[in-house]
Ligand binder design. Structure first.
Ligand code: GLY
Length: 347
């Protein structure tokens, strides 16, 4: 097991990488605990949950990440006589962790909470960083808080029950961490795709640790996303637009978005075509999509509605090399031209 600490303004979050779920009692420390999970994870793992702990189950997917779900969970917490000292433990992927983090931060003005992350995407990204929230009126994560979990337990053995497509989608956030800040992690991803995809635990533990380390440093420097933290959005501005238009998995859209960001960086003369090729090739090694599955003119319109919009400009995360991401404000008129120029690359 490898321990990594995220030192945020309010508290320190312990990320336990390669820890077994069986060791959960060591972290719950005998406290009164309530578990929040989803119906799918409960079906697979409920027998292994700590005994005699009440379990609240929520439905699957983004459509359940709503204020209505929060109300139902608050009701259950009242039924179970939870108070400010009760520990809320999320066992699930990004959605369960996001909802639990929000509930725990708001119920009676805050109760302690922690996560057992059951998907690769949530181990490397969704459960780390302190952003917790729910969707509202079709807008993703519109209502939320910054609040760090006491711990995040990442048991790589649990990834074996993950659907293959979801497992592979998690690697896009690992590769993204390499692309933005660590050429070494990027090269490791290039050289170890087979063992990672075969679930070799030491390979997975190294990849998860290194990508969480990148994210932890960025979050520690800028918890509330006023500057540096924007780098974590590499591929996401394009990716969110694709997600809205096509509904494919978040990790897959980030993969396509990273290729688009690399292409735009290349067109602006910031990186070489060899760098773009390396990024595309490593994503292909993990069976991730690299071509937009929608007309890219539609992308431009969807991007105009992005949260990162500032007047007639948008903050884009671009590359000056592998391991060297930068943010640039680009006028929409220039972005439209750049996207138009990309059409021939994706024909
Ligand atoms: N909870 C995800 C993040 O803060 O980035």
């Amino acid at each position: 097991m490898k321990l990594l600490e995220v030192k945020a303004e309010s508290n320190i979050s312990k990320i336990l990488i390669g820890e077994s779920m069986e060791n959960l009692p060591n972290y719950l420390k005998g406290r009164k605990t309530i578990i929040l999970t989803d119906t799918y994870v409960a079906g697979l793992y409920r027998k292994r949950f700590p005994s005699k702990v009440p379990v609240i189950e929520m439905g699957l997917g983004e459509t359940n990440k709503t204020l209505l779900t929060l109300e139902k969970i608050y009701d259950k917490l009242i039924d179970y006589e939870a108070d400010r000292t009760t520990f809320l433990l999320a066992i699930g992927g990004g959605i369960v962790c996001d909802v639990a983090g929000f509930v725990a931060s708001t119920f009676m003005r805050g109760m302690p909470f922690g996560f057992v992350s059951t998907t690769l995407l949530s181990q490397v990204d969704a459960s780390v960083g302190g952003k917790n929230g729910v969707n509202f009126q079709g807008y993703k994560n519109m209502i939320g808080v910054f609040s760090q979990p006491e711990f995040v337990l990442c048991d790589t053995g649990m990834l074996k029950t993950l659907d293959e497509k979801q497992f592979k989608a998690g690697f896009s956030e690992i590769i993204k961490a390499g692309v933005i800040k660590s050429a070494e992690l990027f090269a490791y991803c290039e050289n170890n795709a087979n063992s990672a995809l075969m679930h070799d635990s030491s390979t997975l533990i190294k990849m998860i640790y290194d990508s969480v380390e990148v994210k932890a440093k960025v979050v520690e420097a800028d918890e509330r996303e006023r500057g540096e933290r924007r780098l974590l959005n590499l591929g996401h501005t394009f990716g969110h637009a694709i997600e809205k238009l096509t509904g494919i998995l978040h990790g897959q859209t980030v993969s396509i978005g990273m290729v688009l960001a690399a292409k735009v960086s290349e067109k602006l003369g910031l990186i070489s075509s060899a760098d773009t090729d390396r990024i595309r090739n490593v994503l292909l090694q993990y069976d991730l999509p690299v071509v937009p599955n929608t007309d890219i003119a539609l992308l431009f319109n969807a991007m105009k509605k992005d949260k990162k919009r500032e007047g007639e400009e948008i903050h884009l995360v671009l590359l000056e090399g592998i391991g060297e991401a930068v943010t640039k404000k680009i006028p929409y008129s220039q972005l439209e031209q750049l996207i138009d120029d990309l059409r021939s690359d994706f024909r």
